[in-house]
Design a binder for this molecule. Structure first.
Ligand SMILES: [Zn+2]
Length: 763
């Protein structure tokens, strides 16, 4: 369900990280110590044989087959696809099985939405077939537009427009004297995770929530609509989960444990991730009459979308009736797990996954990434038939139930938590894929590995390697008017010729349980940015026909994803010493630490300014006296946060990281087998030392103290989340406490790096 909002902003595929002053890294650097005993030439020869097995026609045919019918959780085609994938893995020589889980998955029984005052209108809530797209007429058995894990309800109330429905929007509403208590809100998609919109609406007293796709975001303002172009047609609806995944992903009834047959389950009423008010996604065709019927004050400029109407706040005179009734039963989900046993260290696992379930046909999301993963598995099977064997064990996973809330990956990871913590070396995820530029996010100890791989993969459109393309993109985008300081900082790093920084991981796809709950170093990759797929995201029109025209004609970027992910898997599998580097991580944490220092200062300055303006009555004097407008509330004084523990931990981390990276530049072949074993054991569990078993404030499932999805932003990553969110939410005692706790995990991490360095220095 991953989605980067590409139509509204310039895509900076590699986001955030690494401090300045990074020097150029040699192309053959320390992480090549990982390669097999014959060095890089054997590795490259293996990768060429791997590439020779990848066929774009395979990807096309698998997508055609998997996307032939609706394949959401509980559908017959979802199960048939699991069986198809199982047979393929077996045919290619993998040891494969289906693992099932029983998860809460409500399905829509009936729904209605009407404008009852001042005029009458019944919303269609349907996505009719589109000329030239045969799949779109086969939606029988597909899921009507629905937000899974919203509540059932039958409510009638005045309507209020709340823009993106994010925290700042409610502050703005308050300044205009608009209260949503007892009302139904209408909000537009974008800016934050969809599940936060109804959650915040509920917290502000609303009794129902509509979410519509404004054409400004992914409709006719972004480009020609389907079928002329790829963008969202008037009737297109974005489905999606509204489970409160900021608390925990996975089955709402089994937090922290696998949803196996006999698992202890919560009652539905006690499941905190199920929302309390009805929520419905609608098209802009259905939203227009509702928004047009709103009165009272005209909204601020930044709140206006691209519909041919004047946008008003309401409430009323528009009054709507919203009814949703669902069947609240458990359904079976089918994960396909395929294993290729390692010849030398079978108890170290490289885990690779992509989900298989869609909302309707799911050609782009998720099958574009899934078919690339299948191609890797086929090619690896062929290499094994030719006599090669991976040193470590490969585990390939076709996840089910990702769309409703990362169900398949989370339940599997929770079920096998102990074994994964002992054995998993890294988790490599992909999801949607299309024409464009490489996007990579993940654990920063893997940043150098990703850069090395990217330098060895050819971009199919320009012929240069995908790292060169990315480097050019980063540098050119930083020249654009309005480019962010962050984009400029990254461009400087690119210019220096150093490794391109990768972004941190928030949430939105299947890596969450591995990274944020279990502490397994993770990567998420894909190509994006030159497609028109955003316009059919989670709709009936994300079809094979659409993807072949607007996603990746010729499936060449599918093959490029296979080459990229395949190299990461092969190199990690055969590395003599696991390819981790810690200087990149230390530089990144340094950047994050600067940010939280600055955040506290900015908040302090902002509060002081607001207080000064309030003292001078400035808000009142600046406002139009004939309009309703209230000054913002007075903030409390921002105290000085005690950052010393974090600053000291960072200094130690930098020293430890540098010492290890320097020591690892030696020849790993001089290590004895026993030393290598000790070293790899330390490296395997390294990321886990960044967890604290107590978890983050109010959400103990999330234990990683460096990366987490934002509590009030959703998918987007919050780095040093315990500290950063406490400052953002103005919980000062908590900020001080989490400075200490975060410093503690960094100290444990540094100590483990020191141990690894000691093993290396014994050579
Ligand atoms: Zn997806």
């Amino acid at each position: 369900m991953r989605r980067v909002s590409k139509s509204v902003s310039v895509v900076v595929p590699f986001l955030l990280s690494v401090a300045g002053g990074v020097t150029a890294a040699p192309v053959v650097g320390p992480s090549f110590i990982g390669f097999d005993s014959d060095g890089t030439s054997t590795q490259r020869a293996l990768e060429q044989r791997f590439d020779a097995e990848l066929k774009a026609d395979d990807l096309r045919e698998w997508m055609r087959q998997l996307a032939a019918e609706p394949n959401q959780v509980g559908s017959p085609h979802d199960k048939a696809n699991a069986e198809f994938v199982l047979e393929k893995f077996k045919e290619w020589g993998w040891d494969a099985r289906i693992e099932t889980f029983s998860v809460l998955y409500p399905t829509l029984k009936s729904h209605a939405l009407e404008l009852v005052e001042p005029t009458q209108f019944s919303a269609s809530l349907t996505e009719p077939p589109i000329a030239g797209d045969a799949s779109s007429s086969r939606a029988d058995g597909g899921l009507a537009p629905y937000n899974v894990f919203g509540a059932d309800g039958d409510v009638t109330a005045e309507l209020v427009y709340v823009n993106y429905g994010m925290p700042d929007d409610y502050k703005e509403l308050a300044r205009h004297g608009v209260d949503v208590k007892g009302k139904i809100v209408i909000t537009r998609y974008g800016k934050g995770w969809r599940g936060l919109k109804p959650k915040l609406a509920y917290e502000h007293g609303a009794i129902g929530c509509l979410i519509y796709s404004d054409p400004q975001d992914d409709g006719y303002s972004a480009g020609d609509v389907y079928p002329k172009g790829g963008y969202r047609p008037a009737d297109g609806v974005q489905r999606g989960s509204v489970a409160d995944m900021t608390l925990y992903p996975g089955d709402p009834l089994t937090p922290g444990v696998g949803a196996t047959a006999n698992a202890k389950r919560l009652a539905i009423a006690d499941a905190k991730t199920v929302l309390k008010i009805p929520v419905m996604p609608i098209s802009y065709a259905d939203a227009t009459p509702l928004l047009a019927a709103l009165g009272s004050e005209v909204v601020p400029r930044t709140w206006r979308g691209s519909l041919p109407i004047t946008y008003h706040f309401g409430p009323g005179p528009a009054k709507v009736h919203l009814r949703i009734e669902s069947e609240w039963t458990r359904k079976t989900i089918y994960d396909v797990i395929a294993t290729m046993r390692g010849a030398e260290v079978p108890d170290e696992w490289i885990v690779r996954g992509n989900h298989r379930d869609g909302w309707v046909f799911g050609a782009w999301d998720p099958l574009s990434g899934h078919v690339a993963m299948l191609a890797e598995a086929k090619a690896i099977g062929a290499l094994v038939k030719q006599g090669w064997k991976p040193a470590r064990t490969l585990v390939y996973a076709s996840w089910d139930g990702e769309e409703p809330g990362l169900l398949g990956s989370t339940e599997w990871a929770e079920t096998h938590a102990d074994e994964l913590k002992r054995k998993a070396v890294l988790y490599l995820n992909s999801d949607t894929n299309s024409r464009g530029i490489l996007s990579a996010e993940g654990s920063h100890s893997l940043q150098h590995l990703i850069n090395q791989v990217a330098a060895d993969v050819r971009d199919p459109e320009t012929g240069v390697n995908v790292r060169q393309r990315l480097r050019a993109k980063v540098e050119v985008d930083a020249q654009a008017e309005g480019a962010s300081p962050e984009a400029k900082r990254i461009a400087k790093i690119a210019e220096s010729g150093g490794d391109l920084p990768i972004g941190g991981l928030g949430s939105g796809s299947d890596y969450s349980a591995f990274l944020q709950h279990l502490g397994i170093a993770s990567i998420n990759i894909g190509y994006q940015g030159e497609d028109e797929q955003a316009g059919v995201y989670h709709s009936n029109y994300d079809t094979f026909e659409h993807y072949e025209r607007f996603g990746d004609p010729g499936f060449v970027y599918g093959v490029t994803l296979s080459q990229t992910a395949g190299r990461i898997v092969l190199r990690a599998a055969d590395a003599g010493v696991l390819p981790l580097r810690f200087g990149d991580f230390a530089d990144t944490v340094s950047e994050y630490t600067d940010e939280v220092h600055k955040l506290a200062e900015t908040e302090r300055a902002k509060s002081e300014t607001v207080d000064r303006l309030l003292d001078a009555d400035a808000f009142k004097l600046a406002a139009d006296p004939t309009q309703k407008s209230m000054p913002p509330p007075r903030d409390d004084i921002v105290p000085y946060i005690e950052f010393a523990a974090l600053d000291n931990a960072l200094a130690r981390l930098k020293r430890s990281a540098k010492a290890y990276d320097d020591a690892s530049a030696g020849d790993w072949k001089k290590l004895s087998a026993a030393q290598r074993k000790d070293l790899n054991a330390l490296l395997q569990g390294m990321e886990q030392s960044l967890l604290d078993a107590r978890g983050l404030p109010n959400r103990p499932w999330y234990r990683h103290f460096i990366y987490a999805p934002g509590m009030n932003t959703g998918y987007g990553v919050k780095t040093l989340p315990g500290v950063r969110e406490a400052i953002e939410e103005r919980r000062w005692d908590e900020a001080n406490r989490y400075v200490v706790l975060t410093a503690r995990v960094l100290d444990v991490y540094s100590a483990r790096i020191d141990q690894a360095r000691q093993v290396l220095s014994k050579q």
